[in-house]
Design a protein around this ligand. Structure first.
Ligand SMILES: Nc1nc2c(ncn2[C@@H]2O[C@H](COP(=O)(O)OP(=O)(O)OP(=O)(O)O)[C@@H](O)[C@H]2O)c(=O)[nH]1
Length: 206
């Protein structure tokens, strides 16, 4: 189980498979330098970051899915904890950011489907919608992708968003966190803050 959540009115959560770059995205969003790049599965508890003085925080939730050296039972527990956390706090969550590794996401999704499983990323996207949390899909590591438009269309297709991806530019944000390029994600967040009547937060998004 996760430790106690700090008492804040509003929150944006980051979810995603292990090693997709969530900590790097968080560093770029908040300026907090958290441990990045260690062993997959390093983040096992939520990392909460106060971002403004407006009782708002970002939360980096533990990565789920395959992690070398972590048993499948433990991986399932982590995923269950992530799901429970979002469910319990949905009313405070202004947006749920599903971070994907743009290079490998489609292959991993297709492999899971071929085996008859629901892929984690697809499940998480649908789950956020189910609990009334607007999902944003941050497609990270775009520096490793050759044909970005095609890849983004494939990702949309797998998530049930009818391509072309440009139709979903308020939901799908191609980013390269490592190089500090997260403009598209910030734009999506700005939309969500506005929709939730939190214009007070807009000034904090660069
Ligand atoms: N090529 C490339 N690598 C990136 C990018 N963003 C992050 N990485 C790398 O991906 C690896 C994992 O990054 P983390 O930020 O630790 O990933 P995480 O999702 O927080 O990982 P967990 O703690 O396992 O959940 C690191 O080696 C990062 O440097 C990117 O935009 N491009």
């Amino acid at each position: 189980m996760f430790e106690d959540r700090p008492d804040r009115d509003a929150e944006v959560v980051l979810v995603g498979r292990s090693n997709v770059g969530k900590s790097t995205v968080m560093r770029e969003l908040t300026g907090h330098d958290v441990s990045v790049g260690g062993k997959p599965g390093v983040t096992r508890q939520p990392n909460h970051f106060d971002w403004t003085s407006e009782s708002f925080m970002f939360t980096d939730l533990p990565g789920f899915g395959f992690m070398s050296g972590v048993e499948s039972e433990r991986r399932e527990e982590i995923k269950t904890d992530v799901i429970r956390y979002v469910e319990e706090n949905a009313e405070h969550v202004l947006a749920g950011v599903v971070v994907l590794d743009g290079k490998s996401a489609v292959d991993i999704i297709d492999r899971h489907r071929e085996r008859g499983n629901v892929p984690h990323d697809v499940e998480m996207f649908a789950f956020l919608e189910d609990v009334g949390v607007d999902p944003i899909v941050a497609v990270n590591k775009t520096d490793k992708i050759d044909d970005l438009d095609e890849r983004l269309n494939e990702i949309c297709d797998r998530l049930g968003l009818y391509p072309p991806w440009q139709q979903w530019s308020d939901t799908v944000a191609p980013i390269c966190a490592k190089r500090g390029d997260i403009d598209a994600l910030e734009e999506c967040l700005r939309d969500r803050f506005h929709e939730h009547n939190r214009d007070d937060l807009l000034k904090f998004v660069s």
